[in-house]
Design a protein around this ligand. Sequence first.
Ligand SMILES: Cc1cc2nc3c(=O)[nH]c(=O)nc-3n(C[C@H](O)[C@H](O)[C@H](O)COP(=O)(O)OP(=O)(O)OC[C@H]3O[C@@H](n4cnc5c(N)ncnc54)[C@H](O)[C@@H]3O)c2cc1C
Length: 460
Amino acid sequence: MVEIAPPLDTHDIETGVVIIGGGACGLVAGLRALEAGAEVIVLERDPRPMGSTSMSSGFIPAPGTRFQRAIGVEETPQDFARDIQKKAAMGADPAIVEAVTREIGPTLEWLADAHGLEWQVLDDFLYPGHSTHRMHAVPEKTGIGLMTRLMAAAQAAGLTVVTGARADTLHTDGDRITGASLTRPDGATESIACRAVVLACNGYGGNPGLVSENIPEIAGALYFGHPGNTGDAVVWGRALGAATKDLTAYQGHGSLAHPHGILITWALMMEGGIQVDARGRRFSNEHEGYSEQAVKVLSQPGAVAWNIYDERLHQMGLGFPDYRAAAEAGAIHSGPDAAALAQATGLTEDALRQTIGEVTAYRADDAPDPFGRDFSTKPALEAPFYAVKVTGALFHTQGGLVIDAAARVLRSDGTALPNLYAGGGAACGVSGARVEGYLSGNGLLTAVALGAIAGRSAAA
Ligand SMILES: Cc1cc2nc3c(=O)[nH]c(=O)nc-3n(C[C@H](O)[C@H](O)[C@H](O)COP(=O)(O)OP(=O)(O)OC[C@H]3O[C@@H](n4cnc5c(N)ncnc54)[C@H](O)[C@@H]3O)c2cc1C
């Protein structure tokens, strides 16, 4: 339970900026605020900052960086903004889209130059809706690699990150936030007086009540994000009269190895793989997006599907740490032909053979795909074949507190709360109101870019 309370009579510590949440958003906000000369304390409920950031693939989309130019791609923030709005059916706030697409490239370069993070741009495949290669990753190509590097940067910069500190109360004089209180794992409480607060505590994926209330279509599914993200920003915001928006939006994923619970990269689908139901028949256009695919997979018999692909794609998958983990866990099945794969998986042999024959014909232009996918740009599937059983899951919520382009939290009447800021999953994202609106990378885009903006604004 979190709450709003009157100003503190006494406090244990005093600081400039309190940042609640120590994921990508909180750490980037902290580094920016520190650089701007503020005294900063980051509060993180876990014993070690991890968040959904550490569970993610760690891929951050950014236009116009020197890392992108190094692979021969030139693009502007406006090009990237067009892809975001196209996926969101023009449902994202243009001011926030403009702010984050402008901010993210310079922020990644600043993290490299000032804090030693190394970036590479993934150029072996495109995620659905991305018109060019713009996904940046640290060399490990994992979220845990990203968090480890951000924490090392925080330590080197002298950023104070207090762990085992669950913020549960914001104190207000009715206008400004005057402080925050926190509870330690042993029940002890501490209080901090401050001049500004940044909410970087992500969304409400870990709050079953809020998920059922706002997104009933995914309420029964596995939540694959960080369990500590219990919607505190939304609860505090509502109590303070802040506006919320697009609470129905979220990032789902339709390719989680089942029952192993390991992410199977969507690159398999983008590069030629297909998804079939338990009988061996396709049921969708796999290229529309992995987020909306969560709902489509969950509506299949048994709430599962099978990713079907071949040796070429298996080799590509082995380049991803998660895929290697799935292979080690025994989630990946293979067979020298469709009959053997059917036997290994329990799929119906005739149906599987027919499906593979159909997609081969779509590729050869002998027939159009009834689901509307263009098969012409990738090689046909060739034996030996591979399969992995997957289910759909909720990764994180995309709706949240309404902010302006300076990351200030806004009230329902459009005025700003004077010293409350939000970013990452705590703020309303750029995916519109529906699961289909999530363009791959919108999560870390708004965590890192709004973290930088919120940190700078709060310090000022
Ligand atoms: C499996 C998976 C893969 C993903 N892959 C990608 C990807 O490749 N690219 C991408 O863009 N997005 C991806 N995402 C989404 C991405 O991880 C999130 O959008 C992003 O990490 C959000 O960052 P954040 O800082 O807002 O939240 P988090 O990283 O979740 O950090 C929030 C922190 O706040 C803490 N906290 C919460 N409440 C309190 C409180 N009251 N007091 C103190 N601390 C609190 C939590 O413990 C947590 O550490 C993925 C998500 C998942 C689950």
